[in-house]
Design a protein around this ligand. Structure first.
Ligand SMILES: [Zn+2]
Ligand SMILES: [Zn+2]
Length: 399
């Protein structure tokens, strides 16, 4: 009897606990994100220019590189039609003083490309690329590398730079708060298959309400030797992974370094397997008038009405090629579509929830585009042709 009473008591306690749990669920969290009631209109979808480049390259100012002076990288990038370049040497190899190494290199100064002021912030807690349209005091970022995030974040803010997390699922992954980031390297180096976990991490960050741009970066360290005598054990890498594997496209309002960084921050970005591969364009028609109202990176209020999305490949495509489009909604597969024809385009319709956040992004797989300048790259990047950044609904612009 006594034991039974004790059991009843335990049951009542459990029920009480459940009541508390129900009460907690109904409790309005002071941290709940308020649904935005108005959002700034998206920037022009037509006034701008698509620019392509590589956001992660090491020159001779990184100690483990070989046969890769700045002039060689720039000449190669120019020869394959690149518009901009971020040479991101390891800052720890020069004790943080990139200003007097990479940026002061006469070949850097003479480059006809749009050259971002950049460095790979190389720390015990992982790697990130600092990117800027103009020179900044990188030494200060280097000096705070072992401090807590609150200190690092304050310095980063003062420097007014774009910070990008590198190879998030690999060795030396970015191990600081993602709240400090404007973008994430979701395709590092030529081998697409190694990036599945980076894409998963990106989806988790996007699902949490972070408007984090996804970008590419070859992380190339080794140039092709001019003579056999200059070859190193790493020289074969130049045949498989070099500038443009992958290529990051940005829709910039002008052909300036500032416009490149701004477009990158805004997420008007797509990534292609190489500079000659088609560019993925992803737009949304909100009012079903046949005209696109949003592009990648844009954020709009959800009305509860269906939205017509369009996926298009820009640039030349091989005759008879067919492509597979995978649509991701809030981190989950939504649909699989086929693309074919001379100007491949496909549309789909979905209704973003009227309340709460939604995002859509697309990945396009298909036949690889030849990149004869880096002849072993195509097989390693296949089957990925390119992917978009997300189109967002109801994201809090102040988060
Ligand atoms: Zn790195
Ligand atoms: Zn690197």
């Amino acid at each position: 009897m006594r034991r039974q009473l004790r059991r009843v008591g335990a049951l009542l306690a459990l029920l009480g606990a459940q009541q508390v749990a129900v009460g907690q669920a109904a409790h309005p969290s002071p941290w709940a994100t308020a649904a935005p009631t108005a959002l700034p209109p998206p920037a022009s979808l037509s006034k701008g220019v698509w620019l392509k480049g590589d956001l992660h390259v090491h020159s001779r100012h990184s100690k483990e590189s070989s046969n890769n002076p700045v002039g060689k990288i720039v000449a190669f990038a120019q020869s394959v039609g690149m518009d901009y370049l971020a040479i991101t040497d390891h800052d720890n190899h020069v004790d943080g003083d990139v200003a007097h190494h990479t940026w002061a290199d006469p070949e850097f100064q003479a480059s006809p490309l749009l050259m971002l002021y950049a460095a790979e912030w190389t720390t015990v807690r992982g790697h990130g690329n600092a990117l800027s349209a103009r020179p900044y005091d990188h030494q200060r970022l280097y000096d705070v590398r072992d401090q807590r995030d609150v200190v690092v974040g304050a310095v980063k803010k003062q420097l007014d730079i774009h910070l990008s997390g590198n190879h998030p699922s690999g060795k030396d992954h970015f191990g600081y708060s993602y709240d400090m980031l404007e973008s994430l390297e979701v395709w590092n180096s030529v081998i697409w298959a190694n990036n599945a976990n980076a894409q998963m991490i990106w989806d988790d960050m996007l699902s949490s309400g972070r408007r984090l741009t996804g970008r590419g970066g070859s992380d190339a360290h080794h140039g092709r030797p001019a003579t056999p005598a200059e070859a190193t054990p790493n020289s074969p890498q130049a045949e498989a992974n070099y500038v443009g594997t992958p290529t990051t496209w940005v829709f910039a309002t002008a052909r300036t370094t500032q416009a490149v960084v701004d477009a990158l921050t805004a997420g008007r970005v797509s990534v292609s397997m190489n500079p000659f591969a088609p560019r993925v364009e992803f737009t949304a028609d909100l009012n079903q008038d046949g005209q696109p109202d949003l592009m990648m990176g844009d954020n709009a209020l959800a009305t509860g009405q269906p939205v017509r999305f369009r996926v298009q490949l820009a640039g030349p495509v091989p005759a008879g090629a067919t492509y597979t489009v995978r649509v991701v909604k809030n981190g989950n597969p939504l649909d699989t579509l086929q693309l074919a024809g001379k100007r491949p385009a496909v549309e789909f319709t979905d209704t973003p929830a009227a309340t709460g956040r939604t995002y859509y992004r697309v990945l396009v797989e298909g036949p690889p585009t030849p990149y004869p300048q880096v002849p072993k790259s195509m097989a390693l990047s296949a089957p990925m042709v390119g992917f978009s950044n997300p189109i967002y609904f109801n994201l809090d612009p102040n988060f």
